[in-house]
Design a protein around this ligand. Structure first.
Ligand code: PEP
Ligand code: MN
Length: 357
């Protein structure tokens, strides 16, 4: 349920609504816009009377939101949300943002070398994993706290915001201390406690889709970030599992391009595409970056390594730094062309048609 207050509603009117919600044992999410306040309900809204709220002074309208992920739905927040990572604005009408860097932080020197190249190429945010979620116990597991410190120092020395993954609840405070944005990886998309604890740090969250997650499921877990009081949410499509156990795919995962416009239509939060994990192949990063921007992604996350032969993880999908500039220039060009075309990007749901077969 979303409760739309009248533009003339007073603070007291808003408090009366919140009190009523709380008295039913529910929580309220208050969204104050320039002209109007909208209040969302967290919990089982059947516990509260629709008519009783509608009758309160200051209430303009009460709507039932049909989707399960109500707090991040377009019906609750109709306009695009722009998320700021330090001074980088992501989403809405902003030009595509590039998050780039190696899969893993391997040393200060490695990070500095690559970060300098990605910054020169025009990247906005530096990535690097310190706590690596790995399928094999025998693969490189990341440098942990030392890695975070390298990332932090390089970010500071080159003046570029940073993002790194939180693999468990134990990492959350440290990653929040040393980085500007926290990443929750595909393998942790369902980890409710981790999501809530990461969100409570108040920093932007780059929330990746699980590789077998349906979009409704993905958005329901993403909603927990906003329900924890953190609206700095970035969604990230990073590829899903090819169908069927015996199906031999030439790619590591299948970047779900459909998900990009679907996420934009369903939610106002920025959508990032990760063609590196989505394909697992460096030769596919340029074409899939192109496709992602054309599909409406607000930005890309690309793994870059200048010495892939030395990389401790994901060497096959590392883009050479020389190619990053090409991806960034192409993204801007495509973005401008589509913006000026007859079919610009839109998250507008009012004229959306649903396919019926
Ligand atoms: C990563 O970004 O390094 C990573 C491990 O991604 P994912 O969670 O999408 O596999
Ligand atoms: Mn990786």
């Amino acid at each position: 349920m979303s409760i739309v207050m009248k533009p003339t509603a007073t603070k007291e009117d808003v408090q009366v609504v919140i009190k009523l919600i709380k008295s039913a044992g529910l929580k309220a999410d208050v969204s104050s816009g320039q002209f109007q306040t909208v209040i969302g309900i967290i919990g089982d809204e059947n516990k509260i009377s629709f008519d009783q709220i509608k009758a309160l002074s200051g209430v303009y309208d009460v709507n039932r939101i049909q989707v399960p992920y109500r707090l991040i739905s377009r019906s609750y927040i109709p306009h695009d949300v722009v998320v700021k990572v330090r001074d980088v604005s992501i989403g809405g009408e902003n030009e595509p943002v590039m998050i780039a860097g190696p899969c893993s932080i391997e040393s200060y020197e490695q990070m500095f070398r690559i970060a300098k190249k990605v910054k020169e190429a025009g990247a906005h945010i530096l990535r690097g994993g310190a706590y690596k979620p790995r399928t094999s116990l025998h693969s490189f597991q990341g440098l942990g706290l030392d890695g975070l410190k390298h990332l932090h120092n390089v970010g500071k020395d080159l003046d570029i915001p940073t993002v790194s993954e939180v693999r468990s609840e134990f990492d959350v405070e440290m990653v929040a201390k040393y980085c500007d944005m926290l990443q929750i990886g595909a393998r942790n998309m369902y980890n409710q406690d981790l999501i809530e604890q990461a969100a409570k740090q108040g920093k932007p969250i780059l929330f990746k889709r699980g590789f077998s997650a349906q979009i409704d499921e993905y958005l329901s877990f993403a909603e927990r970030i906003v329900a924890s009081g953190n609206r700095k949410l970035l969604l990230c499509e990073r590829g899903i599992m090819p169908l069927g156990g015996s199906f031999k795919s030439q790619t590591r995962f299948t970047l779900d391009l459909n998900a990009i416009p679907v996420l934009r239509r369903e939610t106002p939060f920025p959508v990032i595409a990760d063609p590196s994990h989505g394909t697992g192949r460096k030769d596919l990063i340029i074409p899939m970056s192109r496709s992602s921007i054309a599909a409406g992604a607000h930005g890309l996350m690309v793994e870059v390594h200048d010495r892939p032969q030395e990389a401790l993880s994901d060497a096959n999908q590392a883009l050479p730094p020389e190619d990053l500039g090409k991806v960034i220039r192409m993204s801007k060009l495509l973005f401008q062309t589509i913006k000026q075309s007859e079919t610009p990007f839109t998250g507008d749901i009012s004229n959306g048609s649903t396919h019926q077969s």
